[in-house]
Design a protein around this ligand. Structure first.
Ligand SMILES: Cc1cc2nc3c(=O)[nH]c(=O)nc-3n(C[C@H](O)[C@H](O)[C@H](O)COP(=O)(O)OP(=O)(O)OC[C@H]3O[C@@H](n4cnc5c(N)ncnc54)[C@H](O)[C@@H]3O)c2cc1C
Length: 321
């Protein structure tokens, strides 16, 4: 690829792009399997887990921990087995080269196998106030954060299956759920729409265009427009399911096919269309975006990468190493 420097070191066995729970767990399993493993990540607080407030549903934790603390522990555990972490931003790849090339802002890396684990944070046009209030009332996951809004009023923005299911989840906690649908119709499965519209704690606002999240320290309300008229709702939480959370694939160019939704396809071992290239975690547009899911996928992909690198037919269980 033109414009990028050549790698200065011999190729790694495995290069992982992204060190959230998916990438960090992949690094743990790969390093324990004896693979020369490098992880390139742009920062501890740049991904979903790094910016999550309290995590209370990851198994085995003595109590809630901050997302940053949990992530730091995951990375330290992987590093203790020899995984090498580099802080840098990946800006391009050549995945069909042998070895595969990964171009970061300040260096070029080469590896025989690659795991993509960059998450799903990208949204082309965040709302005014959205970035500032993430973790302070702005959330993308009712399953994660719904319990923090017991007896409060919340808004949900979106009209997909995910948005409607998450709105229904919130009715278990919130006093009232205001669903702002960007279109005149909900684009969810009929049984979900029927359940939602019949629910006494839900108010539906069709064709509502969300304009801003209000509040300085915490979410205090939302401003939206219906038929050209601006309105304000007083709410403590805003759950966003607009344009999904687009997967972070900008650095891939056109090397891997993505569907209309921008999501990569993988097989049961999380291998993409290119042999030796795997993808895991929120990047795959999972319906259930959770730390435990991302971590589990990272483990499966690392073992599949090990098998790819050693040409083995069957997965060797971790306990047999
Ligand atoms: C506010 C909030 C609260 C949440 N609460 C919970 C909860 O309570 N429980 C739960 O289970 N889940 C929760 N989640 C969801 C959970 O955090 C995600 O499902 C999980 O972090 C996904 O893991 P991942 O590794 O796929 O992606 P991420 O955690 O997003 O990690 C992706 C990593 O890739 C790196 N990266 C991205 N692009 C590049 C690049 N070009 N170059 C180098 N590195 C790059 C980022 O720096 C980041 O470290 C929450 C999410 C949010 C946003």
């Amino acid at each position: 690829m033109l414009g990028f420097s050549l790698p200065t070191e011999p190729p790694d066995d495995l290069l992982i792009i992204g060190a959230g729970p998916a990438g960090a767990t992949a690094a743990l399993y790969a390093a324990r399997a004896g693979l020369r493993t490098r992880v390139v990540d742009k920062g501890l607080t740049a991904g979903a887990l790094g910016m999550a407030g309290q995590i209370a549903n990851f198994p085995g934790l003595p109590g809630p921990v901050s997302g940053v603390d949990l992530l730091r522990r995951m990375r330290e555990q992987a590093a203790s087995f020899g995984a090498q972490f580099v802080e840098d931003r990946v800006i391009g790849v050549d995945l069909r080269a042998e070895p595969k090339q990964v171009f970061a802002a300040s260096a070029t890396f080469a590896a025989r196998a690659v795991i993509l684990a960059t998450g799903a944070m990208a949204r082309a046009h965040p709302l005014p106030g959205e970035d500032r209030l993430i973790g302070r009332g702005v959330s993308y996951c009712a399953t994660c954060d719904g319990a923090f809004f017991r007896d409060r009023e919340v808004a949900v923005a979106g009209n997909t299956d995910e948005a409607v299911e998450e709105a229904l989840t919130l009715t278990r906690f919130a006093a009232r759920v205001h669903l702002l649908s960007p279109g005149a119709e909900l684009r969810a499965a009929p049984h979900l729409v029927a359940e939602l519209t019949a629910h006494p704690a839900v108010t539906l606002y069709p064709a509502a265009r969300l304009l801003a999240v209000l509040g300085e320290e915490r979410v205090e309300g939302v401003r939206f427009a219906v038929a050209g008229e601006e309105r304000t709702l007083v709410v403590s939480g805003l759950f966003l399911y607009l344009q999904g959370n687009a997967p972070v694939v900008d650095f891939l160019g056109d090397q891997l096919p993505v569907g209309d939704s921008g999501c990569l396809s993988v097989d049961e071992n999380f291998q993409t269309a290119i042999p030796g290239v795997f993808a895991v975690g929120d990047l795959l547009c999972r319906h259930l975006k959770q730390v435990v899911v991302a971590a589990a996928e990272g483990a499966v992909a690392a073992m599949a990468a090990d098998r790819y690198l050693h040409g083995r037919e069957r997965l060797r269980p971790d306990w047999a190493k």
